[in-house]
Write a protein that binds this ligand. Structure first.
Ligand code: F6P
Length: 459
């Protein structure tokens, strides 16, 4: 009988070195790796992922990369190759391209250093291909996650044509004009790499359409595609929110907020999340509707992400500076308008989602945005979801009767108006919208997403 394997850059278990040199296991938290972890736990599935640094490599050498109920298959990558593949190509080039975030007057610059990094990205994909090809059984299905492995499809198709490799992209896919920014040969190699997959999945139709359009623009047939939005795991989330740690965080936040209305957001500190424009919209709200001054707080949690990348650090500085400026301009002794937390504090984030009157999810462009689904599930205040048209979750949570209020993420004044509308909404409408949101979210869980992958593999 043929089996299944999963491939991702970040696995369910990584290690960090303590000051005394001891290797400390760190479990996947937040996002893709933790969603997959919950789905696969105890299934015995082989999960191939990459070592993220020296501590992971040492853990592999000492036989510590082990997890009960899973068959972990670490792929050992040296630091230089990892930086080239993960930092330069995956996260500063492909991630920016797919999210339409290039600052085109200045970036990207495809010079000889970048070309060396592209070679590193090939080496990284090849290392994964070699490990998977050596381990997979006859006819196995391989579920590959994300833009780190754009070239793996072709490599596996050549090395092991008996395998069925399915790719799922958790980000958007670039529109043709944006993909055309990549050097011609690189773009062709990327499209060829993806065409090696038996099927390619996306969180929404918009990203699937962009993918198809890129193949049409290149004059070549696209691989088979499917759309399968990820959902939360309601039971796990509700259990976590009910834990003593979260209950304490909720009580503490309630005291901090002091009975004011709450506009919450919780994101990774990433340039795509549009945290600065969200704060500018809040500032505009306080300016155009001064009646809200002292009555509302913006509880913004932005937890650290990819801190090895200069662009991310610069964005974080912009977020912090903007919050400070607005607080200085509007705040007083008893009221801090923007309560910004830049710690990785999941309990506080869940508390904010639970208590919020409005949840602001305004990404410039986002593969899905799971927070837009987790918020309505946890919220106990009939909170209103203000959601960007450019989030993959938009279709499910607004267009299909899900009850979210939509915004253009670039329109600061429009976002401010929508925040005002959300805060001013009467109780019956809030209740009806919150119920519609909960219904839409409950109708599609992480398990459904995984089931769709299995169906897509049969194709
Ligand atoms: O921002 C979402 C995302 O880009 C996913 O598409 C991806 O799998 C994940 O983040 C990876 O995060 P990290 O680089 O922290 O492992």
């Amino acid at each position: 009988m043929s089996g299944t394997m999963v491939v991702s850059n970040r696995g369910p278990l990584t290690f960090r070195a303590a000051p005394d040199g001891a290797l400390v296991p760190v479990r996947a938290a937040g996002g893709l790796a933790s969603s997959l972890h919950r789905i696969l736990a105890g299934s015995g599935t082989t999960w191939a992922s990459v070592t993220l640094g020296a501590a992971d490599r040492a853990a592999v050498a000492q036989g510590l990369m082990h997890e009960d109920g899973l068959d972990l298959l670490p792929v050992v990558i040296d630091d230089d190759t990892y930086r080239q593949a993960y930092d330069v190509v995956a996260n500063t080039t492909l991630w920016y391209c797919h999210h339409h975030l290039f600052d085109l007057p200045h970036r990207p610059r495809f010079d000889r250093h970048w070309r060396a990094a592209w070679e590193g990205y090939r080496v990284y994909n090849r290392a994964m291909a070699d490990v998977v090809a050596a381990r997979a059984g006859e006819g196995d299905t391989v579920f590959v996650q994300d833009y780190h492995f754009s070239l793996l499809g072709r490599m596996l198709a050549e090395a092991r044509p008996d395998l069925r490799a399915v790719h799922f992209l958790h980000t958007p896919f670039a529109a043709p004009d944006m993909l055309a920014v990549l050097p011609d040969d690189v773009r062709a190699e990327l499209l060829d790499g993806m065409a090696g997959y038996a099927a390619c999945g996306f969180h929404c139709h918009q990203w699937e359409a962009g993918f198809a359009a890129c193949y049409a623009a290149a004059g070549r047939p696209a691989p088979r595609t499917f759309v399968a939005p990820l959902g939360p795991d309601p039971d796990a989330l509700e259990t976590e929110a009910a834990s003593p740690r979260c209950a304490a965080a909720t009580a503490a936040l309630r005291v901090e907020v002091g009975g004011r209305r709450i506009i919450a957001r919780t994101d990774r500190m990433e340039p795509s999340k549009n945290i600065v424009r969200g704060m500018l919209a809040f500032e505009e709200l306080l300016t155009t509707h001064p009646e809200w001054r002292g009555q509302v707080v913006h509880v913004a949690s932005a937890y650290p992400s990819r801190q090895g990348l200069a662009e991310y650090l610069a964005y974080a500085a912009d977020v912090e500076h903007t919050a400070e400026r607005i607080n200085h301009a509007f705040g007083d002794e008893g009221w801090t308008p923007i309560m910004l937390s830049v710690e990785d504090d999941w309990a506080r984030s869940l508390a904010a989602l639970t208590l919020s009157d409005v949840l602001l999810v305004n990404p410039v462009r986002d593969g899905l945005n799971l927070v837009a689904k987790e918020g309505p599930l946890l919220n106990s205040a009939d909170g209103v979801l203000v959601l960007s048209h450019q989030a993959g979750a938009w279709d499910e949570l607004a267009l299909s009767g899900g009850g979210a209020l939509g915004i253009n993420p670039f329109d600061v004044a429009g976002t401010a108006d929508t925040l005002h509308a959300a805060l001013s909404m009467d109780a019956p409408e809030r209740k009806a919208r919150a119920a519609a949101l909960r219904g839409a979210v409950r109708g599609r869980t992480a398990a459904d997403w995984w089931a769709d992958q299995l169906v897509a593999a049969q194709g």
